[in-house]
Design a protein around this ligand. Sequence first.
Ligand code: GUN
Length: 302
Amino acid sequence: MQILSGKELSAQVKSQVADKCMEFEKRFSRKPCLAVVLVGDNPASQTYVKSKKKACEELGIAHLDIDMDKSTSQDELLKCIASLNDDPAVDGILVQMPLPSQIDELAITNAICPEKDVDGFHPQNIGKLLLGQETLIACTPKGILRILDHYGIQTDGKDVCVLGRSNIVGKPMAALLMQKDRNATVTVCHSRSSNAQDYLKRADIIIAAVGHVNAVTSDMVKDGAVIIDVGINRVPDATKKTGYAIKGDVDYEDLSAKVSAMTPVPGGVGPMTIAMLMENTFIAACRREGVNPESFGNEVNC
Ligand code: GUN
């Protein structure tokens, strides 16, 4: 079985983005800038935000950190976003999800200026993605396509089963794979699917994004399938310093004897999501300066 290492690939992507950011700074006498908004104290969100800021520092991207209390009202967060939208120094805005229950996530997503929406969650960007138009593409699905491309995994005419219908992963993933440059036959299965097993069994590629462990086991898949595991689940583990281990959505050990290729967790999709966020920030900065991101060093797929 081939291990689809997002860790290795993300290092390559980040190094290319770092070179381009250096060139950007030479041309415009400033670094691309990402505003990172964290509301509340969700431990997983704190970890993700820390990784995103660290990546900014490694790549020469400035970050503006905004930490808000868990009791923050929707209006307060909307005001914060309005000021970031208006701030000429800010190229990208990331509001870490999930948000506390008093805040409507869609209202927040809608409020972010689409040109600064480096998560690719705004309805305008999701709509463009569905229509196959140039836009800022959601980072996790974009990172998954980059993994497939890098490892030479074709999607043309293939049956792909996407498990999970989230706005962040499942929906944009399905929309990207059905485009004319990907040509996959896509099925989206979810918690209310009555026959997910049938679709899984015939799938050439399975993308698991359901948010719980062992959702896919070897009896559910066909020989030689490709597995992309989007899950990041914390499982209690007394042998770890933190008290938990990180596991994906699929049973890695069980599947490894049957499938042809699989992303590990950790070290698979997660690092690619961060690399794509960095790339999107660079792309957003270029577009705001009125220059083509592809005019910098290596090719950027946007
Ligand atoms: N929560 C889980 N994944 C993501 C992501 O890609 N972006 C944001 N903003 N929040 C998330």
